[in-house]
Design a protein around this ligand. Structure first.
Ligand SMILES: Nc1ncnc2c1ncn2[C@@H]1O[C@H](COP(=O)(O)OP(=O)(O)O)[C@@H](O)[C@H]1O
Ligand SMILES: [Mg+2]
Length: 628
């Protein structure tokens, strides 16, 4: 701040001093001069009066004899002589009552009798007896002249004295007071302008010295204040830098959070919108901030009451596993609302976590747990059934052979019984026993196939794993399916359009080729069956199509087999990998195809298998196998 400059005005100290220094002596000297003039005037006047009286007394004495004798000539001579005196301008002699003689100066008429004259009257005596009167008129012109000269001289004296006094006093004032004051003023100005090292002279012992000391104290105090202010400012700057970095740090943390974080003020206006929120909603932070939440995210409107309650009761609100459809896909979200209470802010923070993967994982864990137990049970049963079944089938085979073949032992025993093998065969044929036995054998074969499948559930470490190109296995399986007689009976694979998208340079996979073939075969068969069904149901359905993809993703090779069949609803999709789960009529489906496949992939090959499907949207089976 620049100090105000005091210019040369009436208020400036030097002007004030000059007025005092010139004015006061002038006034004093003028008073003294007036007094002088006055007293001199009185003295001169008194002098004139005395002189005139003396003159008149002398004149009356010298006239007394001449008047007594009425000697006119002498009277005239005396009077004319008296008129030569400078002040006297008229003389009149009276003999008691009448004017005897009167003389005046030649220019008497030029005198103003009222203003500039004096009148003296004195008796004329002869031997102590009054014989007449003398009247004398004197002018004061001379006196006034004298007075004028006196006034002039006094005025000059005053002026000269005044000037000398003023000069001396000004000099003294200037040197003793004005200059040090100016110096102090400059000092205070410089200090005010920030020059805190400007030297201040404190050698004087008077009030100015005290003022200088005060100024110095003030300067030191200011310096102290400035230093403390500077350190305060530095501290402030440091704090603001820390604040800025802390804010950036916090922003970074908030933005790198995998959760969607939205904070609201008490009016539900958005104050924070992190990167994840931008990602999930596609709304940039600058468009969201400051706007009411439900205007930006209408789907959160049902939360309004919960948020209000959260703020009102200062309680955390948590809603786990909320399904929401995003881009036609169902996602699951954990929604938490935390109250925000502090001295400066009031509101809430909403945290939304996409837990879809988690939910899927859980579902898979539940499913595999279930399958492990069911699978274990099934495998145990299969083991137990396997031996008696083998015995039954073997016995049925033996019985048939003993009937159909003319073995010597059989022929001998028939003879012993009084019949022939041909008669027995005829009987058997006629009674349908041979057919029954054959059907027992057939049923046994079917049962043993199921049992074989069930045995896959048992945890076995396959040692027959070798390196294979998965795409080649898939192509081979497709060829097998096309030529498979059983399948051909039901559907012609040639009517199915097949799209392939195989990534080149795929890494090999360590696996047991026949098992993987079985998996692919099961899936292809299911797809063909499903599309056949939908063909039967709806004429307008486009060509049945299978899309096969093989690609690499991270450490895995991924196989996708997708059809454009009827798809499945949620309740079916959740259970397809369960052993014995089938929607097909008895005899057509065993419900083992996918569960066996699942075991082969997850248990035997440490891979993953899942299905994505919705009604009317086809089915996509996805298999992950770790690359070698
Ligand atoms: N591609 C598919 N499209 C629709 N549903 C399917 C498909 N694949 C399997 N499924 C369903 O999964 C069930 C189980 O299949 P699976 O384990 O192979 O047993 P199965 O074929 O003997 O019924 C089937 O009954 C069917 O309902
Ligand atoms: Mg099947």
């Amino acid at each position: 701040m620049q100090p105000k400059k005091t210019g040369l005005s009436l208020k400036s100290l030097s002007v004030q001093f000059s007025i005092i220094v010139i004015g006061i002596p002038t006034l004093v000297l003028m008073g003294f001069g007036l007094y002088q003039i006055n007293s001199q005037t009185i003295a001169l006047q008194a002098n004139l009066d005395k002189k005139l009286n003396n003159e008149a007394a002398q004149l009356s004495a010298s006239l007394s004899t001449a008047l007594f004798n009425f000697d006119d000539e002498t009277c005239q001579v005396i009077c004319k002589a008296a008129l030569n005196k400078p002040e006297i301008i008229k003389i009149t002699i009276r003999d008691l009552n009448e004017i005897y003689q009167s003389y005046a100066v030649d220019d008497f008429s030029a005198y103003d009798p009222n203003r500039e004259s004096k009148f003296v009257q004195i008796p004329i005596r002869f031997k102590n007896e009054q014989i007449g009167k003398l009247e004398m008129i004197a002018t004061t012109r001379l006196l006034e002249k004298q007075l004028g000269a006196l006034k002039k001289s006094i005025l000059w004296q005053i002026i000269i004295l005044d000037l000398i006094l003023a000069f001396v006093m000004s000099l003294v004032l200037l040197l003793r007071f004005v200059r040090p004051l100016k110096e102090l003023e400059r000092g205070s100005e410089r200090i005010a302008a920030g020059d805190l090292d400007y030297p201040i002279d404190v050698s004087r012992k008077d009030e100015l010295g005290a003022l200088a000391v005060n100024l110095l104290t003030m300067r030191d105090a200011v310096r102290e204040k400035v230093t403390s202010l500077e350190s305060e400012v530095a501290r402030h700057e440091k704090t603001s830098v820390t604040l800025k970095t802390t804010k950036e740090y916090l922003d970074n943390i908030l933005n790198s959070m995998p959760s969607m974080l939205i904070s609201l003020d008490s009016d539900f206006r958005i104050t924070l919108w992190n990167n994840r929120a931008e990602e999930l909603t596609g709304i940039p932070a600058q468009d969201a901030k400051g706007k009411p939440l439900f205007e930006v995210m209408g789907e959160l409107a049902p939360l309004k009451e919960n948020i209000e309650a959260t703020i009102a009761r200062n309680e955390v609100y948590f809603q786990p596993r909320q399904p929401r459809s995003r881009d036609d896909v169902v996602v699951y979200e954990d929604i938490a609302v935390y109250p925000l209470f502090s001295e400066y802010v009031e509101g809430a923070v909403i945290r939304v976590d996409d837990v879809t993967e988690h939910v899927k994982m859980e579902q898979m864990v539940v499913q595999s747990e279930k399958m492990m137990s069911v699978g274990g049970l099934a495998a145990g049963m299969a083991h137990e059934i396997n031996n008696p079944l083998a015995g039954m089938m073997q016995n049925a085979q033996v019985v048939l052979r003993r009937i159909n073949e003319d073995m010597p032992a059989s022929v001998a025993k028939a003879k012993e019984a009084g019949t022939t093998m041909a008669a027995i065969r005829t009987f058997m044929e006629k009674r349908g026993i041979t057919r029954q036995l054959e059907s027992i054998h057939h049923a046994g074969v079917r049962a043993s196939q199921i049992v074989q499948n069930m045995l896959s559930f048992s945890r076995k470490d396959y040692t027959g794993k070798t390196l294979h190109n998965i795409a080649e296995i898939l192509d081979l399986t497709l060829e097998l399916a096309k030529s498979d007689y059983d399948l051909k009976k039901q559907y012609d694979f040639k009517t199915i359009e097949i799209d392939k998208a195989y990534e080149v340079d795929l890494p090999q996979v360590s696996c047991e080729a026949s098992k993987i073939q079985q998996v692919f075969f099961n899936i292809l068969k299911n797809c063909a069956e499903a599309m056949q069904d939908s063909d039967d149901a709806r004429e307008d359905k486009g060509t049945p199509r299978l899309t096969l993809r093989v690609f690499r993703k991270g450490p895995d090779v991924i196989v996708e087999i997708e059809d454009n069949g009827p798809g499945m609803d949620e309740s079916v999709r959740k259970r397809v990998f369960e052993p014995f789960f089938t929607t097909k009529p008895v005899g057509k489906g065993t419900g083992l195809g996918l569960s066996v496949s699942y075991f082969i992939i997850t248990d035997n090959h440490r891979g993953k298998m899942n299905v994505i499907s919705a009604p009317g949207k086809g089915a996509k089976f996805v298999i992950h196998l770790p690359a070698a």
